[in-house]
Design a protein. Structure first.
Length: 54
């Protein structure tokens, strides 16, 4: 599963940015991404070979 986090807003080290926690204003987006990822994993387990939507 691959989820993007975008680029650092300032000249921050990319590794530090990627490994940092999500800011509070992105909590809803984070929750939606995790929920979708869980749905896809369950689909892959229950129906392997089926195309994933999203």
């Amino acid at each position: 599963i691959r989820m993007g986090v975008g680029k650092p807003p300032q000249k921050e080290d990319v590794v530090d940015y990627v490994l940092s926690t999500f800011p509070p204003e992105e909590a809803e987006t984070r929750t939606a991404m995790i929920t979708q990822a869980v749905t896809w994993v369950v689909t892959l387990i229950e129906a392997p070979g089926q195309p994933l939507a999203g």
